[in-house]
Design a protein around this ligand. Structure first.
Ligand code: FES
Length: 63
């Protein structure tokens, strides 16, 4: 499913970005360019971010 239509970003792109270290909407904005145009994807992107962070524990070695 497309999360950001303006930038053709899907849930899969967000999951991959999270696996690569994205932790916030700002990270996703910088990495994928979402929210920069119309901004309508912000809520959905946030939900996908939370889902991706909860579903994949990258094991960052955080203390
Ligand atoms: S849908 Fe993401 S900026 Fe428009």
């Amino acid at each position: 499913m497309y999360v950001c239509v303006c930038r053709a970003v899907t849930e899969q792109h967000i999951r991959e970005a999270v696996q690569d270290g994205a932790r916030t909407l700002k990270d996703l904005c910088l990495n994928l360019g979402i929210i920069r145009d119309c901004g309508r994807c912000a809520r959905c992107a946030y939900e996908c971010l939370q889902d991706a962070r909860g579903g994949t524990r990258p094991g960052h070695g955080k203390r």
